[in-house]
Design a protein around this ligand. Structure first.
Ligand SMILES: [Zn+2]
Ligand SMILES: [Zn+2]
Length: 208
């Protein structure tokens, strides 16, 4: 028979896991429906021009994360704040504190891991779970219609957008992308953006 302490631990763990999965689902849906659809407006423009503009085809890593400061991280904060506000109305105070802490950690984790995927020699590269997810994220940079999650790719499996890593495309410095694969994201880039960054320029020249 469970004690009140073990029941509390179970409730706290369930609340923390739910918060993380809610965050990862939100990230996946935002990425798919706002980051990659023109209806996403500024969100779409930022994501395609900056993130996919910097990291394109097989040029998916740099010595430090390339960020013009005009990224989409702040756009995520508004819906997160709404979810946290609603949870305050419905959750007990201790569960709300767990929910808030888990949401904050998950939010930061998604942003941090996404950036580390693109950093050459990232300290996280020693972990196989990171390398596996990094390769799946690189597939997203080659085929913009798949792998929208950053950490929990089972959301892509559920949404039918999961794409596994191609055996011949295991490393960031491997052979050049096929024109077909590259054209996928290149079609979304406005011409000036293709020439704004040396990494992008090389990729654009190689694939044009
Ligand atoms: Zn994307
Ligand atoms: Zn990326």
């Amino acid at each position: 028979m469970w004690t009140s302490t073990s029941t509390d631990v179970f409730q706290h763990a369930l609340t923390a896991m739910s918060a993380h999965f809610l965050m990862s689902l939100g990230q996946t849906l935002f990425h798919r429906y706002l980051g990659h659809w023109r209806l996403g407006g500024r969100f779409f423009k930022n994501h395609i021009q900056f993130h996919h503009g910097h990291y394109y085809g097989d040029h998916v890593v740099s010595t430090h994360y390339l960020d013009d400061g005009d990224n989409n991280t702040l756009f995520f904060l508004a819906p997160v704040a709404v979810v946290v506000g609603l949870s305050y109305l419905f959750l007990r105070l201790d569960l709300f504190m767990v929910h808030l802490a888990a949401m904050s950690l998950s939010f930061y984790g998604h942003v941090y891991v996404d950036k580390q995927y693109h950093v050459a020699e990232s300290w996280l590269g020693r972990f196989s779970w990171f390398r596996r997810r990094q390769q799946l994220h690189f597939v997203h940079h080659r085929h913009a219609n798949c792998n929208f999650a950053v950490i929990n790719y089972f959301w892509d499996r559920l949404l039918g957008t999961y794409r596994c890593v191609e055996p011949t495309r295991q490393t960031a410095g491997s052979s050049a992308a096929t024109p077909t694969a590259a054209a996928n994201i290149r079609d979304l880039l406005p011409p000036p953006q293709r020439l704004r960054n040396p990494i992008t320029t090389i990729a654009a020249l190689q694939n044009s």
